[in-house]
Design a protein around this ligand. Sequence first.
Ligand code: AGP
Length: 613
Amino acid sequence: MCGIVGYVGSKSACDVLLGGLKRLEYRGYDSAGIAVVESGQLGILKDKGKVRDLEQTVYATWDETFRRRVGLGIAHTRWATHGSPTAANAHPHTDQSGRLAMVHNGIIENYAALKQQLAAKGHRFLSQTDSEVLIHLIGEFYQGNLCEAVCAALKHVEGTYGIAVVSADAPEAIVVARKGSPLVIGLGENETIVASDVSAIIAHTRQVIYLDDDDVAIITRAGAEVRNAHNVPVSRAVANVDWDAGAAEKGGYEHFMLKEIFEQPDALQNSLRGRLDPAMGTAILSGLALSPRELAGIRRIVIVGCGTSLHAGMVGKYYFEELAGMPTEVEQAAEYRYRNPIIQPEDMVVAISQSGETADTLAAVREAKQKGALVVGLCNVVGSTIARETGRGIYLHAGPEIGVASTKAFTCQLAVLLMMALKLGRCRRLSRQTGIEIGDEIRTIPDLVKRVLAGNDEIVRVAQQYATARDFFFLGRGCMYPVAMEGALKLKEISYIHAEGYHAAELKHGPIALLDDQVPVLAMLNDIAGRDKMVSNVQECRARHAPTIGVVTEGDTDVVQNVDEIIRIPRCSHLTAPIPTAVALQLFSYHVARIRNCPIDQPRNLAKSVTVE
Ligand code: AGP
């Protein structure tokens, strides 16, 4: 979750580095720092606090002449994992000599043993971090060739890293390396930039190289020389990033999250584009790289993910079982990676991850691959680790999702899962005509979402009545149960209200004891199978004086007298209903959080991508 930026070129390294850190702020952090190399000296400024604080310190410490002259440096935003947020623990860290500096994203798991060995050799450490141990180890191996020293040191390291290292003796090169934490290299005109996320690069170039695990690279103005762990040159493809810096701006909205909620019709359109085949009533998902015959040979689906992506997988289970008749299991990725899962050759493991960098999901992918499963990735970030390590999959094409709370990625995940289920179904019992009808329903999804967004003011009114709640229940049945879970997660993570998503039938087995007139209940009363049972569950809640909000299908007048407030959803198929419903709950949570003046795009304690366990 830390942010890394490195630059070498003819621009002011300070300006490029600080600008890059600002683009990475959404990832969540608690301290920031910068190191530059100039006239055989290292200049380092770092402290607890925000990038703007660092920027003020840089401008106060280094005059304009210096800042313009310096053409090489590295910078970092830290999300604390080892050691609290302090100046000493902030990156960059230096080696014992003070001539090498490094920034790091990841966890050095054997840092304690390495620290002990180095201390026995006289090394003195200034911080509590695992990262500082790594740069001291690199310094231990350094005899003038920085890349060789980095490669030699990394052979002793267990854990994950994305690092950028500079030496006061080499003002023209940066050495970078990655294992488990992403690094992207941007190739510009007589300049090269490296970052942990492409959003820090696209203001300068769209030509990028995504490093693989165990890659090491020497970066100069001329470009990047990539080597493997044995310091042998390897070639890496240059990709073109197809979205521009503007796409990562707020576009006039108060928060990235609101922008991304309202972007969903377009994002969904992009997700669906070119992927529905009206002639054969199926989906065209070339990224799966599997023939109908291979798809027909799959006997079981296992979906792994975390957080919102896990909730998407829970909806996907209903899709796969109904449309493809395939047994489908959904597992929390951390649980899956450690429980020695039983995997059969005919299993397909679907890893869902917006960032494509979530450590637990990546580990689940590696475990599934180790056991011979066919693994597919559903990611949003092109070139992300999970996308590349699964080797096949479907990109969401939702565009950059900056807000920590996932919105458009979730609805695009559902749309892609629905298309996958359609495709698999058409390799089994689903008729062409039924497939065509389902494809027609899928095509209506962007318009369904537009209609929910048009009801924003009504949702604001409802949110205003419940913004002071301290506890909330979200109830659903069938494929609306995971939607209830997701709605509760949204409210929790951006408004800090304790919200629980529950299966409606489960309430009477205990949680109903919590209900009173201070505990609102939001129930999915969509006019689909199970609605009447939902109405009964809502009546049980009202009998305990709980305020009730019903998500109801437009025109369904039978249920409105059962609730205190309603949020209307356009009439649609039970297959597509989770998507407009999720959007309504996103808006509800957003407005509650806005009314509560919460830092919506960067909620406390959260980061956009959880790249550590
Ligand atoms: C969702 O709003 C959260 N930010 C979080 O639960 C997220 O979905 C989870 O960390 C998984 O992230 P991924 O999709 O990038 O793997």
